[in-house]
Design a protein around this ligand. Structure first.
Ligand code: PRX
Length: 580
């Protein structure tokens, strides 16, 4: 029978790093976590130093730091090799004029270069701006232009998606290839590296509040905003890597996210390396066979992924899983979207393990609400706040709700991972703090009597498709650039595999015929100019969009509950405005 509470599963011979949650909630303070860092003794702060160099200084230079796999391509770097490599890249960047505080955009596939570029940038005290590898020109342009980016590291395949003529601020584009693969306005990074001599340490010591990285993230209005984190976030990231990822010295750790998303930076790179883990980087697109093969080949023990990926593995069937030895796995975690109980039961059956849901956001810098290996799981709940974090559920007036009542999920600010700023947008930053010292997440939730938090949706129109955060405004703006589109309203539509899919409602320009070819063309237009993940999977043509009477703003909420009349489905003629 399916249980509503799942007790911890003890892996043979392994005691979790955190065994007494209640006690830690009573006694833990962030000042204790600071003691872990070399800067608590030396006063010299740098995230890259704590991720790599200090482990070499502590005698772990020969330990495997990075195991890269893609198909038959496989390579391993030790911590000592990574130190050498990041020193070389950082020195080369410095020689090319990159200075402390400069933003370096990194537009690379999920490979070792991407990880090394991130660390080298941070080592130099510069700010890493990772871009998701599926971004197309418009997404790349918006982000680089927003902060007048001067430096970019990319590869020959992705370089073609960088609209140089629209980006006058971009002074240097380094392409990770030989000169023969670079255009005239690009610089061969291979050539630069070959000529680089490391004569002194390129590490720049910075303040805890110095900017570390910038991630653009969508809201329900306007273009994506740049969320800037500080080196201070390492305190929170280390501690959650220790407690929640439960990283221990023998672990081989795999987080499937690309560094262009915050999970791919914080939990595929910083948190595990702060905990001295061996991390696996597996390139290529999702494919059940290659994912299971990666687990078997690298002997992965701790695995962090997302509900959509687990649902895809479930859909691939037990016979695919049965072809691989997955017995090394001991701890599995999930993030980014609601983890439905069905997936947890699949994990129990298929892997013999609980899947531990975790909740956080780009803005929060690290996990806040989690399921710990030592604690019971209630399927359907995101878990409880980590020690050191206080949360509450507020109503619209900012009054705390009783347990069981749904309201706005809020966190008592500040905490070490909290964003440092929203890039050049103080008003946006302040908008998160409408109720004094509480950070408002924009999520709706309730808490049960045991303090477990249950996600209930968003209070705004943000879309979450396969764990990727998509702003409807960005997609609507792109749709309006298509010659046939007069008006566009974009919403998330519930989907059994992806949680939500992007659905667009369009009003076509007068005289334009609604044909399947046109709909395909519109979808492709968004896909090729903005990004594949943001392209509407469903498009419905209607006669008129519901709008507010006074300001004429699109009522996305009404579109969400729109009843599709049979004759108005994608590819068929637009109907009269349906009556609702
Ligand atoms: O709505 C919540 C959802 O993802 C949003 C944050 O998105 P992003 O900044 O892209 O960060 C994603 C990963 C850190 C949240 O406001 N979300 C995140 N985790 C969960 C979740 N929804 C339900 N359950 C979760 N565990």
């Amino acid at each position: 029978m399916r249980q509503s509470i799942l007790a911890p599963i003890q892996s043979a011979g392994i005691t979790p790093n955190l065994t007494d949650y209640e006690e830690a909630r009573r006694s833990f303070s962030w000042a204790q976590a600071e003691q872990h860092f070399s800067w608590s003794k030396t006063g010299r702060v740098n995230m890259a130093h704590e991720c790599i160099d200090r482990h070499v200084e502590d005698g772990y230079g020969d330990k495997r730091a990075l195991h890269y796999l893609e198909g038959d391509d496989e390579r391993v770097w030790t911590f000592a090799e990574l130190k050498q490599e990041t020193d070389r890249w950082a020195t080369a960047l410095r020689n090319e004029g990159v200075r402390r505080g400069d933003i370096v955009f990194i537009f690379l596939p999920k490979n070792a270069d991407c990880y090394i570029a991130m660390l080298a940038t941070v080592k130099l005290g510069a700010v890493a701006g990772p871009l998701f590898e599926a971004f197309m020109e418009e997404a790349v342009r918006d982000r680089i232009a927003d902060c007048d980016g001067r430096f970019l590291i990319t590869d020959p395949d992705l370089a073609v998606r960088v609209p140089r003529s629209d980006l006058p601020s971009l002074e240097k584009v380094f392409v990770t290839a030989g000169a023969e693969q670079c255009r005239e306005d690009e610089i061969s990074w291979n050539g630069i590296l070959a000529a680089t001599q490391v004569t002194d340490s390129p590490t720049e010591w910075v303040e805890l509040d110095a900017p570390l990285n910038i991630h653009y993230t969508s809201g329900s209005t306007g273009k994506p905003k740049g969320i800037v984190h500080a080196h201070r976030a390492m305190i929170h990231q280390y501690q959650t890597g220790h407690w929640v990822l439960d990283i221990q010295d023998e672990d081989v750790y795999w987080c499937t996210a690309h560094p262009g998303w915050v999970t791919g930076t914080v939990y595929a790179l910083f948190a595990p390396w702060l905990n001295r883990a061996t991390i696996v980087v597996s390139g290529g697109r999702f494919d059940a066979d290659s994912w299971y093969a990666a687990i078997e080949k690298a002997g992965i023990t701790v695995w962090y992924s997302a509900p959509t990926a687990f649902r895809m593995l479930k859909a691939a069937g037990a016979e695919v899983a049965a072809r691989y030895d997955l017995s090394t796995l001991r701890h599995v975690l999930s993030v980014g979207e609601p983890l439905n109980p069905e997936v947890i039961y699949w994990g129990l059956e298929q892997l013999g393990l609980r899947i531990h849901d975790t909740w956080w956001m780009t803005e929060t810098g690290a996990q806040l609400i989690v399921n710990l290996p030592s604690e019971p799981i209630k399927p359907g709940s995101m878990g409880r706040p980590i020690p050191g974090i206080d949360i509450c559920i507020l109503d619209d007036a900012g009054i705390e709700q009783a347990s069981g009542d749904i309201g706005h999920l809020a966190i008592r600010a500040p905490w070490p991972g909290l964003m440092r700023e929203v890039w050049q947008n103080e008003a946006k930053y302040q908008s998160y703090f409408q109720f004094g010292g509480w950070y408002l997440s924009g999520d709706l939730a309730y808490r049960d009597a045991d303090g477990y938090v249950f996600f209930q949706g968003r209070s705004d129109d943000m879309i979450n498709s396969a764990g990727e955060r998509i702003g409807p405004f960005e997609v609507e703006s792109k749709l309006l650039e298509h010659g046939a589109v007069a008006e566009a309203g974009v919403v998330g539509k519930p989907d059994p595999l992806r949680g939500e899919i992007v659905k667009a409602f369009l009003v076509l320009k007068p005289g334009v015929n609604n044909t399947p070819e046109l709909i395909d063309d519109i979808r492709l237009f968004v896909r090729t100019h903005l990004s594949a993940h943001a392209a509407p999977r469903e498009i419905e043509v209607i006669a008129e969009l519901p709008k507010t009477k006074i300001s004429g703003k699109i009522l996305r909420r009404e579109l969400k509950t729109w009843k599709t009349p049979d004759e108005a489905v994608s590819g068929l003629p637009a109907s009269e405005s349906p009556s609702r």
